[in-house]
Design a protein around this ligand. Sequence first.
Ligand code: KG4
Ligand code: ZN
Length: 344
Amino acid sequence: MDAIREKSKKDIYILGIETSCDDTCASVVKNGSVILSNIVSSQNEIHRKYGGVVPELASRKHIEVIDIVINEALERSGVNLDKINAVSVTNRPGLIGSLLVGVGAAKAISYSKNIPLVAVNHLKAHIYSNILKNPDIKGGFIGLIVSGGHSSLYFVDSDWNIKEIGHTVDDAAGEAYDKIARYLGLGYPGGPIIDRLSKMGDPYYIDFPKPMIDSGDFNFSFSGLKTSLIYRTKKDEKLTAEKNIPSLAASFQKSIVDVLTEKTIKAASKFGVKNILISGGVAANSKLREEFLRKCRENNIKIFIPPLYLCMDNAVMVACLGYYRYLEGRFDDLEVDVYSRSDI
Ligand code: KG4
Ligand code: ZN
């Protein structure tokens, strides 16, 4: 990557587009690290009453706002479309209907302006949310992606080959947060709400299981934790009394944070690396950030965590990854498809 970066002498402007789930995002990034605009149109209001993303509603809303969001990203950046060097868009993994909207818009821009199209992997883009502000990171690290759809660990070797070393066997961490918040009637999305409530609660109130913490592999499982909370609260109604909710939330969160931090640090030790990069919506969690900072310090590991606005889905990370693909000259043609599932 260093050699590729050297090659670029003139300023490169990438337009990023991200519509893989329920946020319509566009961004203009200069030289892979200078954020000129970052527009995110959230659909939380639409999906809130269902307690989760409704795919059909998501794609319809993307269609309504995609042009507005892209125009706003260009306007705020002060960069005319004629100056954009390439358009980078998420084409996998994600909701098919949602992905199609972003990819359709990117193809139209690529064709009409005769600029390269770069179709990128959403998970890889999450990793690049860290590289954006730390472009000198060397290969040879563990990456943890924790979001509403994924909880996966990756080993990235010194040549930047990315290998998945673990994933969730059932619910993703963010999904568990969202489902428990819905069960407790707290609202949507559940992660930020449980995070906020937990600050007022006792994490030792209930000793919830820490699924697969000692499983010997790098997989995760959060469905049993969710079931355990539901079972315990059905058996003992006082646990869900209003005054106990913060402690219930803090105990639930403690299990998730302990499992994520301990297994990630074990992975760093097993693969003999001293850098860990975390990303995805759940990386915005205040307790997770605090515990990673503490445990990594104790273990002499350097931890990279994106600023909050780059943890959640955004098009900045898509433009950043697109920039490196642009420098490599790896473009896609207008036939490029979308995929609901995809390895990194
Ligand atoms: O990366 P993201 O925006 O979208 C996906 O690719 O899934 O992640 C969204 C997920 C949701 O499940 C949301 O509840 C969770 O990230 N999340 C959090 C926090 N902020 C967002 N989870 C825990 N604590 C937070 N502060
Ligand atoms: Zn995401």
